[in-house]
Ligand binder design. Sequence first.
Ligand code: NAG
Ligand code: NAG
Ligand code: NAG
Ligand code: NAG
Ligand code: NAG
Ligand code: NAG
Length: 448
Amino acid sequence: MELTKHSLNLFFATLFTAFFLFTISSALKDGETCVNDKSCDSGSQCGACNGNVTELPKCIRIMPHNPVSKVRGLPFNQYSWLTTHNSFARVGHRSDTGAVLLAPMNQQDSVTAQLEAYLTSGKEYKIHVLGVLNFSVDHQNGVRGLMLDMYDFEDDIWLCHSFHGRCFNYTAFQPAINVLKEVEAFLEANPTEIVTIIIEDYVTTQSGLTKIFKASGLGKYWFPVSRMPSNGSDWPTVESMIEDNQRLVVFTSKSSKEASEGIAYVWRYLVENQYGTDGMKNGYCPNRAESAAMNSTSRSLVLFNHFPDTPDLTESCNHNSAPLVTMMNTCHDAAGKRWPNFISVDFYKRSDGEGPRAAVDFANGQLVCGCNNVDSCRAKMRFGDCNATEGSPAPAPAIGASTSTTAAGRGFKKRFADSDGQQLQLGWLKWTGNGIIVEVIGVLLLVN
Ligand SMILES: *[C@@H]1O[C@H](CO)[C@@H](O)[C@H](O)[C@H]1NC(C)=O
Ligand SMILES: *[C@@H]1O[C@H](CO)[C@@H](O)[C@H](O)[C@H]1NC(C)=O
Ligand SMILES: *[C@@H]1O[C@H](CO)[C@@H](O)[C@H](O)[C@H]1NC(C)=O
Ligand SMILES: *[C@@H]1O[C@H](CO)[C@@H](O)[C@H](O)[C@H]1NC(C)=O
Ligand SMILES: *[C@@H]1O[C@H](CO)[C@@H](O)[C@H](O)[C@H]1NC(C)=O
Ligand SMILES: *[C@@H]1O[C@H](CO)[C@@H](O)[C@H](O)[C@H]1NC(C)=O
């Protein structure tokens, strides 16, 4: 018996080591040449812009660094958030009416996947024999701003991509409450995250929006209009928004709803540049018609749109790369030297590597600590004192303390980061060719 127990321990020790070696070697960093998404670190995908055969695919980080995990005490208007334009218009979506959709599609994944964060900070995952893994994981894709078009339809409110303010079966995606429930689940699971919803509002039903927000369970996270500065002064700090659990900021494009339903009229609080193709002309950043001038400092938030009139999956890779950052600089100057709080794009995952993620990290670096990447920001540092860390490789997002937990955390982060976890497990099975590994993973899944 002794011998058996001993060999069993030895066996598990070996297995444990093999497991960590595997997970360490499996995670390729941002910028490294890769073969597929699963070979990249979590929050990254493998790719290159189309049409360039000389370029090898590399790991491209999708997920911005979480600025709030760096510094929490700043006003809401001193952070920048990755924002998806028509977040609900997902490629391949079938209309819930059953009709074939004849509407443009702007994104590649669901709102849940865009917000994605399956693991919460400091949660403990116990493995019987191997001990305790303790990982705290940031958001995975990190979208925090959603632009949603809402219409009256079928005695309900639907997410629709339509014209003349009317929704049709072939332009209707799904009832808005479905997506609001996804946001609710995210806020519930992530008590330090803040989400902003910007509604292109065609709803005329009285209290229609109020009704679906209440029914979705989002009412309890509502950030009240009374706390929003309408004269250009600073917003409350994100820390206070988190403490008060007022972590949902909602804007409507219908001014009357501020008085009637307590939903903030968007252009009273932010300026935004022209959307669509007209907003993508080099060196030029006019405000959209409904917005005050970009340099109106009586609005404390700045929204930066950068997408063409017609969403284009192939071209988005280029649009979301260098031109995005160039135009962000143009709009920064036009907005009275203000960096955008919301960076809104189509197909947010597509870029050559320096895309929406890089733009958000850059804007947050500038806003939070005066550096070129928010990853350089440290609590209590002097603004602009970037010397210590600037240029050093970006570490993986906050993971548990010791080396071994970091390695394991990364391995499992990968498993959770993938929207199709089952498939990834199979990948491990194939790769290791070891049924026992799968058994260990099984134990993990059972007890976490
Ligand atoms: C293709 O990729 C190479 C290497 O990254 C780059 O030098 C070249 O400019 C790219 N060509 C095009 C047309 O984007
Ligand atoms: C539109 O879809 C609804 C189901 O949501 C269906 O009852 C109705 O007949 C459809 N209308 C048309 C014109 O296809
Ligand atoms: C796990 O992490 C959390 C937060 O980082 C910490 O509070 C907790 O004590 C840790 N647990 C162990 C067993 O290290
Ligand atoms: C803006 O309004 C707030 C109260 O809502 C006030 O405290 C602040 O002084 C005002 N700022 C300016 C610049 O008028
Ligand atoms: C704001 O921008 C407008 C152009 O949109 C310009 O005419 C005006 O001088 C600017 N105001 C300030 C204070 O810079
Ligand atoms: C940062 O580095 C530059 C030169 O590399 C130096 O002149 C400057 O004083 C440094 N700033 C701080 C705050 O250390």
